[in-house]
Design a protein around this ligand. Structure first.
Ligand SMILES: [Zn+2]
Length: 327
């Protein structure tokens, strides 16, 4: 689950801060205990004496190393015991002098070998959730808050079904999509006029999928193209160069509002590049657009239209502009 650079950076900073704080806490505890019971410092120093040192000492004295190690073990046990007594007598709570890292599995480093530890993954999940929350307008985008009452309940002759019934079916399938999301999930195309709930519904999916620990990037088409433009034509900084990466790497990409941006050769090329690369790497994408599936061809290119029509599951949105109804 490749999280975007910003998410990963903030998550790692939090882990590092927690670990530093834990170490400082331990050092303070140790200082306090040593000051109160100087014998503790001496015991800890003795305990740090390793088996290798015991063997070396035995050789120097022409003694049997096996015996020296056994003696060291006995001595260590006795020292441990004495240490426990002192701590108990001093009234220190349990674990007061344990130098345990924030995460036992990775030692607070965030990685076990080259693999990301579950502690850092959880921090990434939280940071991404924060990022998505600030991105959405109301912060209330959840399936539970989705109201079907705005959709007309009478049969629309053009589609042979009422928009409400159609929306009900779309809602059910989107809920299942979010609940069962995996990297094998299909890509979706939301098509319909403005104000029919496309953005709201894709935000619901984004939140739930992110909650499950997948990396999700949610971006308007305009902002996505701007990132690619900055990387190609902007100042050649590392930061600019890295801007497009997240659109290729994330587990789920949601491109909102496709069709409202100014179309140029560059945006057509970029869109094809993103859609095609993600498709060949089996990474699901959700595209929402106010264009009809048929007009994608004339607006972009035949290749893009055939990708979207051929491999994306189409959901069409019908009804009256909800934002006007709410007023
Ligand atoms: Zn860990």
């Amino acid at each position: 689950m490749p999280y975007s650079e910003g998410v990963l950076r903030r998550a790692r900073a939090r882990l590092e801060q927690a670990q530093t704080q834990r170490e400082a806490e331990f050092a303070a505890h140790q200082e306090q205990a040593y000051e109160q019971f100087p014998r503790l410092r001496e015991i800890d120093r003795q305990l740090r004496l390793t088996a290798a040192q015991a063997v070396a000492a035995a050789f120097r004295k022409n003694e049997d190393p096996a015996q020296a190690i056994a003696a060291l073990r006995d001595e260590n046990l006795a020292l441990q015991q004495e240490r426990d007594w002192i701590l108990e007598a001093g009234g220190f709570e349990e674990g007061f002098l344990d130098a345990t890292p924030v995460c036992e599995r990775c030692g607070g480093r965030g990685y076990v070998g080259s693999e990301m530890c579950s502690c850092l993954r959880e921090l990434c999940r939280q940071e991404q959730k924060k990022e998505l929350t600030t991105l959405f307008l109301t912060g209330k985008e959840s399936f539970d808050n989705f109201s079907l009452s705005y959709y007309p309940d009478t049969v629309d002759p053009a589609i042979g079904i009422s928009p409400r019934r159609l929306m009900q079916m779309t809602l059910t399938r989107c809920k299942r999509y979010a609940a069962e999301f995996s990297l094998r999930s299909e890509s979706l195309l939301f098509s319909g006029a403005t104000g029919l709930g496309k953005t709201f519904l894709s935000a619901c999916i984004a939140r739930q999928v992110a909650d499950k620990g997948f990396s999700v990037v949610y971006q308007s088409a305009g902002a996505l193209f701007a990132d690619f433009e900055a990387a190609k034509f902007g100042e050649r900084t590392d930061e600019n160069q890295r801007l497009p990466q997240k659109y290729f790497n994330c587990d789920l990409l949601i491109i909102d509002d496709l069709g409202t941006e100014m179309t140029t050769q560059f945006t057509i090329y970029t869109l094809y590049n993103v859609i095609n690369t993600r498709m060949t790497q089996y990474r699901p994408t959700i595209v929402s657009t106010n264009l009809t599936p048929e007009s994608l061809d004339s607006r972009y290119s035949t290749q893009i239209a055939s990708r979207l029509q051929g491999t994306y599951r189409l959901f069409q949105f019908f009804g009256n502009d909800i934002r006007l109804l709410q007023k």
